[in-house]
Design a protein around this ligand. Structure first.
Ligand code: ZN
Length: 325
């Protein structure tokens, strides 16, 4: 079945097609090539995502991305450094650069990014986090909870301070959690929070994607790829910022020598096909999770039209053409 869909919006992308947005050595040409390759998958608006790292490195990466002035770049997503330092919740973020939340540090990063940081993922339990959430939300910057070991009470405090999104819910938290009082349930049950999910079949089992999409109110589930440089590439060794990662033949991306996932090799059309299969929801509802819902969350419009072929029996979406502005 041939369909015309709104352009997709991806609020969490670390790189693509062999190019790492977190590498200060990535050139303007390489970044443009990666964003063109992302565009060809139907993602016409995105937030390049810069992960935990020192200010100087962040500044160089942000500068290259912003100076390009590409229409598809709807701002930057800053994931870390104000996150949990614990193994597990921290995920693949380098411990050495995890930092307490600080209005001054944020101001320096935002200045380096020319004011283009529009989304910040942080952990509410980090010292200074609640003050920073209030400050960011007051300035119209979206705040997400992620890479966190927060108690349910702290999740509620963060929401009261202005946090509105769960970044890759079900990932970036401890491998073992108390079964009732935990960081996942509390966010899942908070109707005012949007939840982003990585539906690659590695980050979450299909049953969790199904339950999350059902538990969240309509228009509160967002598909993200969390793609890294290895996305759109063959299996092998890659880098995400300063860390070494491997892309396995089954598509799993992990921190070398550990079981920890380190982003994905997912494309948005694959995320959509997987989510239809995992949840049993209608295609148009799932497409909204990858287009109008993240656009509404950011307060932007979708752009362009994606012509795609949907194969119901295989649950696969193939992008044929991306057109219009
Ligand atoms: Zn993450």
């Amino acid at each position: 079945m041939r369909l015309e869909l709104p352009g997709f919006v991806d609020i969490q992308v670390n790189g693509f097609a062999g190019v790492d947005f977190n590498d200060p050595e990535s050139s303007a040409e390489e970044i443009t090539r990666a964003i063109d390759a992302i565009h060809a998958t139907g993602v016409t608006r995105l937030l390049p995502t810069l992960v935990t790292g020192p200010l100087e490195r962040f500044a160089r990466c942000a500068r290259t991305l912003i100076d390009l002035n590409l229409p598809g770049v709807a701002g930057l997503h800053m994931e870390g450094p104000y996150i949990s330092s614990l193994d597990g919740p921290r995920g693949a973020h380098p411990r050495a650069h995890v930092a307490p939340a600080s209005l001054d540090d944020f101001a320096r990063r935002q200045e380096a990014a020319d004011g283009r940081i529009v989304l910040v993922t942080l952990a509410p339990e980090v010292p200074g986090a609640l003050d920073l959430i209030e400050h960011l939300a007051g300035g119209g910057i979206r705040v997400a909870i992620g890479h966190s070991d927060a108690t349910p009470a702290l999740v509620r405090d963060a929401v009261a301070a202005g946090a509105t999104l769960s970044t890759h819910l079900g990932n970036g938290c401890a491998a073992m959690l108390p079964r009732h009082q935990n960081v996942i349930w509390e966010q899942l049950a908070t109707d005012g929070m949007w939840a982003s999910v990585i539906a690659d079949g590695h980050h979450l089992p299909p049953s969790m994607v199904k339950v999350f999409a059902r538990a969240k109110p309509a228009h509160r589930t967002i598909l993200v790829t969390d793609a890294i440089a290895a996305a759109g590439c063959p299996p092998g060794p890659y880098r995400l910022g300063e860390i070494d990662i491997d892309l396995a033949p089954d598509g799993r991306v992990s921190l070398r020598g550990t079981p920890f996932l380190a982003g994905s090799a997912l494309s948005m059309p694959e995320a959509i096909g997987n989510t239809v299969r995992f949840t049993g929801q209608e295609l148009n509802r799932v497409v909204a999770m990858a287009s109008s819902i993240p656009a509404d969350y950011l307060g932007i419009a979708t752009s362009s039209t994606v012509t795609a072929e949907w194969r119901e029996e295989e649950s696969t979406l193939r992008v044929l053409e991306v057109s219009g502005g």
